[in-house]
Every structure is written in C-alpha cells, then in structure tokens.
Write a protein that binds this ligand. Structure first.
Ligand SMILES: Cc1ncc(COP(=O)(O)O)c(C=O)c1O
Length: 426
C-alpha cells in the first residue's frame, strides 16, 4: 500500500479523459512528482488540506495563491451562501457589481473605474487591448508571467500554437534594469509595458518610478499585473506599498479567497475605451464571486491580513535563512521575494539538476505533512504554529538534500517520477 495510491489511481483515470490529467501544469505531475507527492486534494479547511488518500498537509501552495484567508473561510462562505439564495447569474447587471467596484476604487490608488472577469489572463488581456486601443500602437513589453493568452505566452518557450506574427509583437525586458526597457521603447512602438511590480526581487530604489517616467516619455500605458501582489503585499497592492501608481492594474487570485474572479481597473480616460473595444463575459458579473470578493476584501481590511502575512513571512524567512546557512548550502539553496510570497530556490548542484533536487525536496516535505512547491504562499489561516512546523520540516529536509549531493545518492532516496520543466519566467 503506497501513501499515494488513490492519487495515482485518480491520475490514471484523469489521463484517460483529461489531457495532462489536470487543468494547469502547476497542479499536474509536472509540478508534483508522481509517487512521491499527492496529486489530488479532496478538501481543505483553514490551511490544512486532505489528499485523495486521506493524508493531511499544511498547504503552502494555497490553490496557486487563490486562497488568501484560508479554505472555507466562514465570513466569505456565509456571504456566498446568502447571495446564492437570491440567484447567481442574471439577465441584467446586479448592484453588487457597483459595491465591489466602489470598494476597489476606494482602496487601489490607480483605480478610477473597474471591470470584472474570471481569470487573471482575461484581465491582463483586456488591459493590453485597452492599451493598444488607447495608443494606437501594437507592440508590448512584458516582465513576469501574465497568463495563457497568445499575446503573452508567445513570448515564452511554450509558444506552440501561437502565430509568429503575434509572437513578434511581444518583447521581454529585465526587472530592475531600466536600460533593458528603454532599449525596447526606443526600438519598437510600444503600446503597453506590463509587469509584475515585484516577484522574486524587490524593486531597486527608484526603479518603478523610472519605469513610469519611461512610459510617460515614450507614451506607453503602464500596467501593473497585481494578480498575485494585490491585496497581499498591501491593502492597496504593490502600487501602494512602493508608492508608484500605474495607468492600469489587474487583480485576481486571492481577491475572492478561491472564488473565480479577476479585475482590470485604472484611469477613467483609458478605461472609458471599454465602450469601444470588445471585452465581454457571460459570467463576468456572476454574483457569488462578487459577494466573495466583497467579503474577502472587507476581512483583509478588518483583520489587517496583509500585516499578518508580512509578519509571519518575515519570521519564516529569517529562520529559514539561518537553517540554510547552518547547513552551509547557501550557494545553491536560497530564499527571495516578499515575506507574504517568498521563494525557496534550489539550483543545480554537483551532478544533480535543480529539478531533480526539487523533486526530492517536495517528496521529503510531503512526508512531513507539508505541501509545497517553490514558494511559501501564505494565507491568513497560517499561524505561527504552522510556520514552526514548516521550519522543523526544513531543518530535517535540507540536511537530506545536502547529504544526497555529497553522497551522490539521489536515485536511492527519491521514489517518484521526477518533475518536468514547463518554462521559467521568475
Ligand atoms: C502575475 C500573474 N498574472 C496573470 C496570471 C494569470 O492568471 P490566471 O491563471 O488566473 O489566468 C497569473 C497566474 O499565475 C499570474 O501569476
């Protein structure tokens, strides 16, 4: 009897009917090693999830950062159940759309007007179309991950199926390097500069302001993709934390504690073009997710959730950095990012690739009741005791990784199928 029998059996069934066996690479056997980690989750409560074999984990993946308060948060779920009693999707707009739009405009510096969608990719794609319409230019400068649509994914190594003519319009620039952006702005007619305001690295002093000035100089629309940073780094998003307001911004993920909704918002002058471009969705005004958004934002505000995430995350990274140094592996294992969304990097070491070492890492953490991939996606349900359990797991697992590199015996230690690379943008 294997600890992951039901997960593995589900995978066999899934692969028959669902290509990849999952809805995204990030939840598939390419991201969690088959046989060494769970592949299916049955339920969650707070920060604890139960896999298909009834194993329990403290979850540091948190629905790919969709869970900001915790699974089954009572405030959010009650708001959703109340709304459900009077209907879900209607034939006309519902006033709750205005309530949520007003709330977002109250909290997000750049938000003067708001439209809703379902996935982060919908919101970023809408922002790009608006920027192209506003500037009458076609080229796009990107920095970070912005979703699955042609205009973005064509700029990555996963560009199969994207027309070459579309790929030719999107260009990547390097974070914290103003020159790399300016080169693009000089050499192409750039309609929009879209970026995650921060992912693994903090913005250097003056960097985001510099990006904004360049956008003004070259008349490009500045879009902050706050799909992850929004309502996580700060109540007003990364734009508030770093004091730089873009022209447009997008939100998604944790804004509704797991309910499907995304937001594109920004300056009225640009948002007004929504009347002229085409941006539309049958479910964009779906009321359960809007009720969840309102309740989630209110709780984040009321309970000072972003401060909680920062404090807890700082405790984690401070102690984790010490464990890394104690094991003398800082050359190839290190942390980065904001405390509320910090990363654990594992580089190639000795004869092993980063991906082999990460496979072993995920296996060993799963054995200790920790579900993790490459980052600590904190939610309000994580408390200090969960961080202490995580740190204890690290203090056992990092020496295993160090020993395995020294003894070159990963093949003996790892019992699953190794991960596979999808593409790398962070
Ligand atoms: C920064 C960022 N933008 C956009 C997206 C796309 O969001 P979705 O997967 O909801 O379409 C993601 C998803 O991971 C993201 O992290």
């Amino acid at each position: 009897m294997n600890r992951f029998d039901n997960s593995n059996q589900n995978l066999v069934r899934a692969l028959e009917y669902i290509p990849l066996g999952a809805q995204t690479f990030s939840k598939s056997q390419m991201a969690f090693p088959k046989g060494a980690a769970p592949l299916f989750i049955k339920r969650g409560q707070g920060c604890i999830v139960t896999d298909a074999d009834d194993n329990e984990y403290i979850d540091f993946v948190n629905g790919l950062l969709a869970i900001s308060l915790g699974y089954c948060d009572p405030c959010v779920d009650q708001a959703v159940m109340k709304q459900m009693q009077s209907g879900v999707s209607f034939s006309l707009s519902h006033p709750i759309e205005i309530d949520v739009a007003e709330k977002i405009c109250e909290l997000i510096p750049c938000a003067e007007q708001v439209r809703f969608a379902k996935n982060g990719s919908d919101a970023t794609s809408a922002a790009i179309r608006l920027a192209r319409a506003y500037t009458n230019k076609e080229h796009i400068a990107v920095c970070g991950y912005h979703g699955w649509q042609d205009w973005y994914i064509g700029s990555t190594s996963r560009n199969l199926g994207v027309p070459a003519s579309t790929q030719a319009l999107t260009h990547t620039f390097e974070y914290n390097n103003l020159e790399s952006l300016e080169q693009l702005l000089k050499s192409h007619d750039i309609a929009a500069v879209i970026m995650e305001p921060m992912n693994i690295a903090y913005p250097e002093k003056g960097y985001l302001k510099g990006v904004k000035s360049l956008c003004e100089q070259y008349q490009a629309v500045l879009i902050f993709d706050e799909t992850i940073t929004g309502f996580r780094f700060d109540l007003g998003g990364a734009q508030s934390l770093f004091g730089v307001s873009p022209d447009l911004a997008t939100f998604g993920k944790g804004i509704a504690n797991g309910f499907p909704i995304s937001v594109v918002c920004g300056k009225k002058e640009i948002m007004a073009l929504m009347n002229d471009i085409f941006f539309s969705g049958t479910f964009a005004g779906e009321t359960l997710s809007l009720a969840a958004t309102y309740a989630t934002i209110e709780k984040i505000q009321r309970n000072q959730v972003t401060q909680h995430l920062s404090q807890l995350g700082s405790l984690l990274t401070d102690k984790l950095n010490k464990i890394i140094i104690d094991n003398d592996i800082q050359d190839w294992v290190y942390t980065s990012g904001h405390p509320s969304w910090s990363f654990i990097h594992i580089a190639n070491q000795g004869k092993y690739s980063a991906i082999q070492l990460r496979s072993l890492f995920i296996q060993e953490m799963a054995k200790r009741g920790i579900l993790i991939n490459a980052s600590h996606n904190l939610s309000y349900a994580h408390k200090e005791k969960h961080i202490q359990t995580l740190l204890k797991a690290y203090s056992e697992v990092l020496p295993i990784l160090a020993n395995c590199v020294a003894k070159q015996n990963l093949e003996e230690l790892f019992s699953g199928e190794p991960l596979q690379s999808v593409f790398k943008v962070r």
